[in-house]
Ligand binder design. Structure first.
Ligand code: CP
Length: 331
């Protein structure tokens, strides 16, 4: 795998192997001795984080991972304003120049769907060695987020994904994380319930993909109609910045807010038993940033997994960088 552009690149054995590697790397990154052993695995490599849209987690976790592995890092956190894109340079020209400097990996976030495909396309056409990692392209995909989301489910559910009912809710029309996650969930025997206002429903292409892969799913417009069935709730924010209709942008979506009262709908027992035999409680996840669609009062509930999920971003992105450069982690 030269580039990481979309979720469909990962099949089930590939994902399971990655999760085992992430587990090992997580343990290493959490100890001084482990960090010491990782610190020079990618020495001499350069990673450029090229972000045309805002980010906290994706950019910082990629850069932390790179530093921990001994890479040098060049960053443009506001490329839309502070790169030559502001003067009208095309993405293709910028990528051609940056890859031409011998940069080993470009982590790209861009407002346009397909931007990472275009970046990888020009690199491959010129025969350059640079890897492209899609860190979110418009309403398209965010595959490294989906990998950390799926790893979180696997980790929280004691290494099981089959048999789970996953409720995916919020703004499903504009959210790229939900699209990437749905593709990855289709590698497992899961049931998906999409919850959204009708105007923000999941795309037909995702539904078509799930049908093709025999994944049971349905759509609901009410939170209460879905939450009691959930083993995993994956909630997302309303992305008003991507809405073109002013009336929709101004609409109140407060009925899609999860607070302490809504949380009472979430079952204590998930479909999966823990290795010790006891039932596992359902989990509430969110890719973050959270605005007001999950109330702060929920944060202290043990079923709220979203900050543990964000922490997993460092481990997953470290594993991905090692993989791209053929550094094998024994599992
Ligand atoms: N989840 C996510 O992509 O967060 P950032 O926008 O902060 O990178």
């Amino acid at each position: 795998m030269k580039h990481i552009l979309r979720s469909q690149q990962f099949d089930r054995p590939n994902l399971e192997r990655l999760f085992a590697e992430v587990g090992v790397i997580a343990k290493m990154l959490d100890t001084q001795e482990g960090r010491f052993n990782l610190r020079s695995m990618l020495t001499g490599r350069i990673m450029c984080t090229l972000f045309y849209e805002p980010s906290t987690r994706t950019r910082v976790s990629f850069e932390t991972a790179a530093h921990r592995l001994g890479m040098d890092v060049i960053t443009t956190e506001n490329a839309a304003e502070f790169s030559s894109a502001a003067k009208g340079e095309t993405l293709e020209d910028s990528i051609r120049v940056i890859a031409g400097y011998g940069i080993d990996a470009i982590v790209l976030r861009h407002k346009e769907d397909g931007a990472s495909d275009r970046a990888a396309g020009i690199i491959d056409r010129l025969g350059l060695a640079t890897h492209v990692l899609n860190a979110g392209d418009g309403r398209g995909q965010h595959p490294t987020q989906a990998l950390l989301d799926l790893y979180t489910i696997w980790d929280e559910m004691h290494h099981r994904i089959d048999g789970l009912t996953v409720v995916i809710g919020g703004d499903l029309a504009n959210g790229r994380t939900v699209r990437s996650l749905a593709y990855m969930l289709s590698r497992f025997e899961t049931k998906i319930i999409f919850v959204s206002p009708p105007e923000l429903a999941i795309g037909d292409d995702i539904k078509e993909h799930l049908r093709e892969h025999g994944i049971e799913f349905r759509e609901e417009s009410s939170v209460a109609a879905a939450l009691p069935e959930a083993d995993i709730v994956y909630w997302t924010r309303v992305q008003r910045e991507r809405m073109v209709d002013p009336a929709l942008r101004a609409r109140n979506f407060s009925e899609y807010r999860i607070d302490g009262e809504t949380l009472k709908l979430l079952k204590q027992d998930a479909a999966i038993l823990s290795p010790a035999g006891g039932a596992l409680a359902a989990r509430l996840m969110h890719p973050l940033p959270r605005i007001d669609e999950i109330a702060k009062e929920v944060d202290d509930d043990p079923r709220a997994a979203y900050f543990r999920q964000a922490a997993n971003g460092l481990y997953v992105r470290s594993a991905l960088l090692l993989r791209l450069f053929n550094q094998v982690i024994p599992v």
